[in-house]
Design a protein around this ligand. Sequence first.
Ligand SMILES: C[S@@+](CC[C@H](N)C(=O)[O-])C[C@H]1O[C@@H](n2cnc3c(N)ncnc32)[C@H](O)[C@@H]1O
Length: 270
Amino acid sequence: MVETPRVRTRTADPPPLTPAFSERVRDCFSGAANQYEGGARIQRAIAWRLGHLCRPLAIGPGPKGDLGAGTGLLARSIALQRPDLNLLRLDNCQALLETEPAAAGANARLLWDLNGGLPAQLAGASLLASSFALQWLEQPQLQLDQWASQLARGGWLVLAVPCSASFQQWRQAAERARVPFTGLALPAASGLVQAAERQLQLLRCQRLRFSRRQPQALAFLREFKAIGAQASPKGQLSPAELRRLQTHWAPRAGECPLEWEVLLLLARKP
Ligand SMILES: C[S@@+](CC[C@H](N)C(=O)[O-])C[C@H]1O[C@@H](n2cnc3c(N)ncnc32)[C@H](O)[C@@H]1O
């Protein structure tokens, strides 16, 4: 996986997702809970990077949470690099939360739908961390705004979220094949940055680009499915549509680098 310099893209925010879609998201993640960590390579790398960012931070005694924690990749990465930080893991997918047996007294977990905001336990939080989860919420900007409100003065937000400049090649292949683009409509990085800036001081704001060659459309879509991230408001492609997508995937053999744009924020409430 190659990281390339940041690229600016102006893209409008997608329309809000619906509660019915959120249930579908939960069911998909639930079905893949046992394989999630085996396939979540980019999520693991980002979790490590976010944990690293937490190392030098002066973090107060208030509540701390990993929002959309899943199997706990981020909470564990932070705990490994900052053993004094034990984050409450929130997620609305029980199967993911339960993949790791709870050690006595540690790694508290809460089954919680983040579309309804944050629970009372996290009021006045000193650290809110989240990786690859905000994009699944019905209104990412609004939720980010509320996360910022819940931080105590001096509290930290550590966030990574894939954004709308991701997967241009997939979009182009779908257009050429005249099939729907069935990826999630990801939020625009610019809107999230603006939402964060309204209440927080940004100490780091990066748009990371990760790319990887993937000559097979089907193999790529299977990778999403393997970690339960295949839910799409546009539904699934039929076998005939999939064949068409494959035909138009890589016009020249092997030339379809798939790119993620990942917004990484480290911010503090003044
Ligand atoms: C791609 S996974 C990322 C998990 C983890 N943060 C990581 O980096 O491995 C997305 C996570 O968001 C969670 N999620 C999606 N919608 C949610 C919601 N409405 N409330 C709480 N969690 C949600 C999913 O269950 C899943 O655990």
